[in-house]
Design a protein around this ligand. Structure first.
Ligand code: S3P
Length: 429
């Protein structure tokens, strides 16, 4: 089993312009290119396992993918190919759920599958509403778990109020609505990340989002192709924001990152805890992009109960800051953490306890009592990239070894190289 050993760090001051490209936008760039009849150009596509699997699925559906190492050009097929192979999504819930919505209205037979972690994550949240509008979808455990089999069918326009705020559910339903018969309406309890709406509107889709609901008109013609430079991923950048927040007198500048308000909430929580943060907007490519400057400040505990969908991916890393902040921090309304790449409520709490931190699990979150970090622990990532990287950053407080680190390649292949700018690391099999 692979391991990563991270040594305690001294203060640092760095600028990073090579944070991994945004995972959500990369998946969408590849999939949405299929909605046009012209070639889409994508620069800075995330070359990590999850998104390369998505690119391969796009290829198996008949698209031509030209890649000169810098720019990826995707030319959609005139009509989709019925693939003879399984469409392998690896570790990615985003890929599986978005493809379910996209493929459900497309004639043909498709099987989506993933690794052992993805195979235990719930797909009913997408399969059920799709089935209600005519989709022919099945899977293990009454259609909830992959492999997921889809026989393309004619779909009806719909009104669907999702019980959860999930960008994956929303995106799957929007993709299905683009090919449904008649207008559709989608709503969710609180706005989830909105890359899908922004990108599709930019491509010319008739999607009208107001405060309470999104109206989607079916496509009458192919959309305009994408021409996009994918910004850096604020969720990946957040690991280095946490590093600067926990090591006194440190500073990091994270460059050219998405400043989409539905993605930077965790940085705002850090600000509330006492870290100095500056957002510098630079340009707009489907959404705002710029730099984030993060500088150490004395940390106090915080309670996080709102806008959970806007920081769900950053909660494991934020828990490392909570572990050293003064007072007791609380996360609530975050039951979704239990169905991520691992049960992140249990994996965060169990691993923090190994580091000597007093914490308690709730059904929908946890409580962390800030204290002294005890180094030299051995942490199990449970195959979850964000757990592996969060505890690698915790290692900056007192040396830590993380086991099972291959998962880091699903989203942030150059993470360890960047960490080496801050401290000494060793890794191996
Ligand atoms: C994602 C949405 C979020 C997030 C995931 C990526 C996306 O999941 O946790 O890492 O790209 O749509 P949910 O939509 O299920 O909350």
């Amino acid at each position: 089993m692979s391991y990563l050993s991270v040594k305690k760090a001294e203060k640092f001051d760095i600028e990073i312009n090579t944070i991994a490209s945004d995972k959500s936008i990369s998946h969408r760039s590849a999939i949405f290119s299929l909605l046009s009849d012209k070639p889409s150009s994508i620069k800075n596509f995330l070359r990590a396992e999850d998104t390369l699997n998505t690119l391969n699925i796009v290829r198996l559906l008949g698209a031509e993918v030209a890649d000169d190492g810098e720019m990826i050009v995707i030319t959609p097929p005139e009509s989709f190919k019925e693939p003879s192979e399984i469409l392998y999504c690896g570790n990615s819930g985003t890929a599986m759920r978005l493809f379910m919505g996209f493929l459900a209205p497309h004639e043909g037979f498709y099987i989506l599958h993933g690794d052992k972690y993805l195979a235990s994550r719930p797909m009913r949240r997408v399969a059920d509403p799709l089935r209600k509008i005519g989709a022919n979808i099945d899977g293990r455990v009454k259609g909830n778990l992959s492999p997921i089999a889809i026989r393309g069918a004619k779909l009806e326009g719909f009104t669907y109020a999702s019980p959860i705020s999930s960008a994956q559910v929303k995106s799957a339903m929007i993709l299905a609505a683009l090919y449904a018969d008649g207008m559709s309406e989608f709503s969710e309890p609180r706005l989830s990340r909105d890359h899908t709406e922004r990108m599709l509107v930019g491509m010319g889709a008739e999607i009208i989002a107001d405060k309470d609901k999104i109206k989607i008109l079916p496509l009458t013609a192919p959309l305009k192709p994408l021409d996009i430079t994918v910004p850096s991923d604020p969720s990946s950048g957040f690991f280095f924001a946490v590093a600067a927040a926990i090591i006194p007198e440190s500073r990091v500048v994270i460059q050219d990152v998405s400043l989409n308000p539905t993605r930077i909430e965790a940085y705002k929580v850090l600000q509330r805890m006492g870290t100095n943060i500056e957002f510098i907007a630079k340009e707009e490519v489907y959404e705002p992009i710029g730099d984030i400057v993060v500088q150490y400040g004395a940390l106090k505990a915080v309670s996080v109960e709102e806008n959970i969908a806007w920081l769900i991916d950053e909660l494991p890393a934020l828990s490392i800051v909570m572990a050293v902040a003064k007072g007791t921090s609380v996360i609530k309304n975050a039951a979704e953490l239990r169905v991520k790449e691992s049960d992140r409520i249990t994996t965060v709490v169990d691993n923090l306890k190994i580091c000597g931190i007093d914490c308690k699990e709730y059904e929908d979150g946890y409580e962390i009592v800030g204290g002294k970090f005890v180094g030299d622990g051995v942490i199990d990532s449970h195959g979850d990239h964000r757990i592996a990287m969060s505890f690698a950053i915790a290692g900056l407080l007192g040396s830590i070894m993380i086991e099972d680190i291959e998962c880091i390649n699903t989203s942030f292949p150059n993470f360890i190289t960047l960490l080496e700018n801050i401290t000494k690391v060793s890794y191996g099999d």
